[in-house]
Write a protein that binds this ligand. Sequence first.
Ligand code: CUA
Length: 348
Amino acid sequence: MKQVKAWSGRFGFLAVIFLLSGCFGNENLSALDPKGPQAQWIYDNMILSLYIMAFVTLVVFAIFFYIIAKFRRKEGDNEYPKQVHGSTVLEITWTVIPILLLLVLFVPTIIGTFDFAESQAPEDVEDAVYIDVTGHQYWWQFDYEEGFTAGQEVYIPTGERVYFTLNATDVIHSFWVPALGGKIDTVPGIENTLWLEADEPGTYMGKCAELCGPSHALMDFKLIALEREDYDQWVEDMAAKADVEQPEDSSVQQGYEVFQENCISCHAVSGPGSASGPTLTNFGDRNTIAGYLDNTDEQLKAWIRNPDDFKQGNNMVPFPESEISEDEMDSLVAYLRSLNVRDGENAE
Ligand code: CUA
């Protein structure tokens, strides 16, 4: 009785864990909820291998229990069973069946692996989008062919393959947007390729999937998919910012000067970005700071004052009040907020 109680307790605990595991998932950060053809392919093949595994388990256990029942030692049965040494038929059977099952998994896996690494659009596709991705400790740089750079948030059009070429500057990272496709390492000195496609407009969470230092778990990014015309508009707006030097809005002039004095050596605000820090051309459109903090004024100030409090081991230097006064900080924040191309409309 005691044992039954103990086991039912353990089972209950496992059941609760199992049920709760469904609650911790982040929307648009799940390979089990595919939002594009590549993710769908991965999901389908995961389910296929699950079915194969279930089938094998069922057959093996069925035979196992059948044999236990059928060949059980019976009352008064004191003789050794007949000794058997090998059976060619059986051995061929249990070699051939697994080979066939592996082939069922092997063929689509190989086809998919080569297809996902495709780095060029077919010739009949016009204006395919190519984006260079660079992993840094602990942020992402996205360089567009149109001559501008986006930091932390990569925009793509929906309904078509977007081709990424991936690289890293410091250590190995891994680029992963679970709802859209597979992960791929970004390795210093090596170019990897991957395409992704989103069916619907939306914001898809991305993660670094390779241990790359103390803040690896915070190396988040977002992939924002827009309808093709919205995407083209965004590209046009970002490209137009490339020549903007002075802020158009004179009320953020002071913040602009603070920025020029303290931040510009690492953070570009127009054109191709620098490799030292994320480009801030559209910082005002982002809904997170450093990839994961809510983009509020308080968090932004706290981040600039001491980035290491939030992302251990990152390369940004702290800016205590001796460097940037409270007043200057307010103007700097106002200036950063003014950097946007979508009229401050934070991408959802
Ligand atoms: Cu970059 Cu983990």
